[in-house]
Design a protein around this ligand. Structure first.
Ligand code: BEZ
Length: 209
């Protein structure tokens, strides 16, 4: 069953490179990103996992815990880790779940049989501290993900979770944000003094940061 926005992220307990990992317990009060890669010892995946490890300070700044997953074993994950560091200069600093029996992959609908019967696609689930699924992405095996875009998305999700705002096309931190249409002008004036009205339904204000 596909996971949809607003669903509670399914919990699981599985072996990982950090030992037995209970997903919800591991996330605690943090935001979470669960992402799958198709296979250990493959080129695109090597670059992706190194890129994620290299963003450790950015995840920490945003209170995000990252968890990777593939259908490989912990032994394979550990054997591959050295290659990731060799190639990217970044040592793995987040857990990689081992899912050889595909239990978690099935729970999160990460195997798309018409793409591959056996390997996970490049799924991403961004999860808020109350364990709600806030964003999903699916990339094919041959296309590596842009993790700077994932940071941007987390920045947007956090703005919209904590303020009555939305973010426009191609928004980046520091850009103006949109005041949600459900707020009256009077309420908007109280919450966002000096806001700008572009159209009655499009009101902008400074990035709440
Ligand atoms: C890769 O990571 O390069 C890859 C993995 C599975 C299929 C194709 C490419």
């Amino acid at each position: 069953m596909a996971i949809r926005l607003g669903d509670t992220a399914p919990d699981f307990t599985a072996e990982s490179t950090f030992g037995i990992l209970n997903f919800h317990e591991y996330l605690g009060d943090s935001w979470g990103i669960l992402f799958s890669h198709p296979k250990d010892f493959t080129p695109v995946c090597t670059t992706e996992l190194g890129a994620v490890a290299g963003l450790e300070a950015e995840w920490d700044k945003r209170n995000v815990k990252v968890v990777g997953l593939s259908v490989d074993s912990v032994a394979d994950h550990n054997a591959w880790a050295g290659d990731i560091e060799d190639v990217t200069g970044n040592a793995l600093n987040f857990p990689l779940v081992a899912d050889p029996d595909r239990t978690v992959a099935a729970l999160y609908d990460m195997i798309h049989p018409n793409a591959s019967n056996t390997l996970t696609v490049r799924s991403v689930f961004v999860i808020s501290p109350d364990k709600t699924v806030k964003l999903t992405l699916t990339y094919p095996a041959a296309t590596g993900r842009n993790f700077d875009e994932l940071l941007r998305v987390v920045d947007s999700l956090q703005r919209t979770a904590y303020n009555k705002v939305a973010t426009p096309a191609n928004w980046a931190p520091g850009d103006s944000v949109i005041i949600v249409p459900s707020l009256s002008d009077a309420e908007a004036a109280e919450a966002f003094p000096g806001f700008e009205t572009v159209k009655p339904y499009l009101r902008t204000t400074n990035d709440p940061g």
